[in-house]
Design a protein around this ligand. Structure first.
Ligand SMILES: Cc1cc2nc3c(=O)[nH]c(=O)nc-3n(C[C@H](O)[C@H](O)[C@H](O)COP(=O)(O)OP(=O)(O)OC[C@H]3O[C@@H](n4cnc5c(N)ncnc54)[C@H](O)[C@@H]3O)c2cc1C
Length: 388
C-alpha cells in the first residue's frame, strides 16, 4: 500500500485549503451563528459554482467515470474540506449522495436526464437521497414508504426525515418498498422531481450542529411519477435492484465520512494548539499530553480511512475497514473536540468559539450514514462470520 499523496491530489488539497480559509470557514460560522442553513441564493454557492464545484463526475459517453486512485483522492479532499467546514461541504451544490447510485445502477437515459444538468450547471443545483423515515433510521430495512404501480405511473406514499438538501433539490432519489411484507428485498429507488404533485410539506429540522446545510422532512401523498423513474428501469436484474445495492452506496461513502471526521478533529487540534501556545498553557505537561492524545488518535484513524479507500481503488472488499473508518473517525474527532474544549476552558464555554461549534458538529458525524453503534454491529457480525 502506498502512503504517499499523489502530486495531483496534493495540488487539489492545497486549492481546497485556500478556498476553505477564504470562503468555507466564514460561511460555516455565519450559518452556525444564525442557526439556519445557507439560503439557496447565498453568494457562496454562486462563487462555489464559478470555481468549478457542483459538477457531476459522470462523463457522457464514458461507461465508467471512475479513475484510478479516485477513492484515495476523494478521501484527502474530504478531510481537507471538512477541516474548514463539514456543514458547508455538504451544503455545496452538486448531485451529492445519490450520484454514486445513479452511476452504478442508472440507465443511460437516467444518467443523461438527471446527471446531465450537473455536467455544466447554469446555476447551483442540488439532488438528495431520501432513505430515513420517522420510524426507520438505523433499521433501514423497515421503511414504510410504498410504491405501487397504477397504469402508467408509480404512486408513492410515505414520509421522510433528516434528508440533506431535500427542499432545494432538483430531484430526490426516494427509497420505497413495493411490498412492506417482503422487507428489504422489495425496496427500490425512485426519481421524484421537485414540483411533482403530492411531494411537499417540507420542514427544515432544527439541528445541534452542521447547520450550514438543510436536513429536511417531507411527505409523499399519492405522488404519481412515470414508470421510467424507477432507478435502473424495470428490466434490471432483481439482485441489483434492492436494498443491498442502496447500502453499497453507503459502504463506499463510509471511509469518506470517517476522513471528514478526521479533518474536523484536526481543526480542533490546531485550534487547541494555537490557544495553548498563545496563552503559555503549552508549558504544562498535562496540556501537552492532551495535544499528543488528539494527534495520535487522529493520525491512526486517518490511516484506517486511507486503507479503506485504497481497498475501494483496488476493487477489493472493504466492509470491515469501511465501518472501522467511519466508527473510529467519528469517535476520535469527538474526543479531539472534547479535549479541545477542556484546554480552552472558559473561553470555549462562551458559546461563540470554533471549538464549541466543532464539539457539536463532530457529534453529528457519529450519526450520519450509519451510527457508531451500527458500524460496531456490522464489524462484530463480520468477525464471527454472520451475514450483514
Ligand atoms: C445531520 C444529519 C444528516 C442526515 N442526512 C440524511 C440524508 O441525507 N438521507 C437520509 O436518508 N438520512 C439522513 N440522515 C438520517 C441518518 O441516516 C439517521 O439519523 C441514522 O441512520 C440513525 O437513525 P435514527 O436517527 O432514526 O436513530 P435510531 O435508528 O432510532 O437509533 C437510535 C439509537 O439507537 C442505536 N441503535 C439502533 N439500532 C441499534 C442496534 N441494532 N444495535 C445497537 N444500537 C442501535 C443507534 O446507534 C442510536 O444511537 C441524517 C441524519 C443527520 C443527523
Amino acid at each position: 500500500m502506498d502512503f504517499s499523496i499523489h502530486p495531483e491530489t496534493q495540488e487539489a488539497v492545497e486549492a481546497v485549503r485556500d478556498w476553505g480559509h477564504e470562503a468555507m470557514r466564514p460561511a460555516g460560522l455565519e450559518a452556525d451563528r444564525l442557526g439556519s442553513p445557507l439560503p439557496v441564493d447565498h453568494p457562496y454557492f454562486q462563487r462555489s459554482l464559478e470555481r468549478g464545484d457542483g459538477r457531476t463526475s459522470w462523463c457522457p459517453g464514458e461507461s465508467s467515470p471512475v479513475r484510478r486512485g479516485a477513492a484515495v483522492h476523494a478521501m484527502w479532499l474530504a478531510e481537507e474540506g471538512a477541516y474548514w467546514d463539514r456543514g458547508v461541504m455538504v451544503a455545496n451544490p452538486g448531485p451529492g449522495l445519490p450520484e454514486a447510485s445513479v452511476l452504478a445502477r442508472g440507465t443511460e437515459e437516467q444518467k443523461e436526464k438527471y446527471l446531465g444538468p450537473f455536467v455544466d450547471p447554469d446555476r447551483p443545483r442540488w439532488a438528495c437521497f431520501a432513505m430515513t423515515e420517522p420510524s426507520a433510521g438505523s433499521d433501514a430495512a423497515a421503511i414504510q414508504t410504498t410504491a405501487q404501480k397504477d397504469g402508467d405511473a408509480w404512486v408513492l406514499n410515505g414520509a421522510k426525515c433528516f434528508i440533506g438538501g431535500a427542499s432545494r433539490s432538483d430531484w430526490l432519489l426516494v427509497q420505497a418498498t413495493l411490498d412492506i411484507r417482503q422487507g428489504r428485498n422489495a425496496q427500490r429507488s425512485f426519481f421524484v422531481e421537485q414540483g411533482t404533485p403530492g411531494l411537499g410539506n417540507f420542514k427544515i429540522e432544527k439541528k445541534m450542529g452542521l447547520k450550514a446545510y438543510e436536513s429536511t422532512s417531507f411527505t409523499l401523498q399519492s405522488c404519481r411519477i412515470p414508470l421510467e423513474n424507477l432507478l435502473g428501469g424495470e428490466s434490471q436484474p432483481k439482485s441489483q435492484a434492492g436494498f443491498k445495492t442502496a447500502m453499497q452506496t453507503f459502504n463506499a461513502g463510509r471511509p469518506i465520512i470517517g476522513a471528514m471526521a478526521v479533518g474536523m478533529g484536526r481543526a480542533a487540534l490546531d485550534e487547541s494548539l494555537h490557544f495553548a501556545k498563545e496563552t503559555g498553557l503549552i508549558k504544562r505537561e498535562r496540556i501537552r499530553d492532551r495535544i499528543e492524545c488528539m494527534s495520535r488518535k487522529l493520525r491512526s484513524a486517518r490511516l484506517i480511512c486511507l486503507r479503506a479507500c485504497w481497498l475501494v481503488d483496488q476493487k477489493r472488499p472493504n466492509v470491515m475497514e469501511a465501518s472501522m473508518a467511519k466508527a473510529l473517525g467519528a469517535q476520535v474527532s469527538q474526543q479531539a473536540a472534547g479535549l479541545g474544549l477542556e484546554i480552552l476552558g472558559q473561553v470555549a464555554g462562551t458559546g461563540d468559539h470554533l471549538i464549541e461549534k466543532l464539539y457539536r458538529d463532530t457529534k453529528a458525524m457519529d450519526i450520519v450514514e450509519g451510527t457508531g453503534q451500527i458500524q460496531r454491529v456490522i464489524m462484530a457480525r463480520q468477525l464471527v462470520g454472520l451475514p450483514r
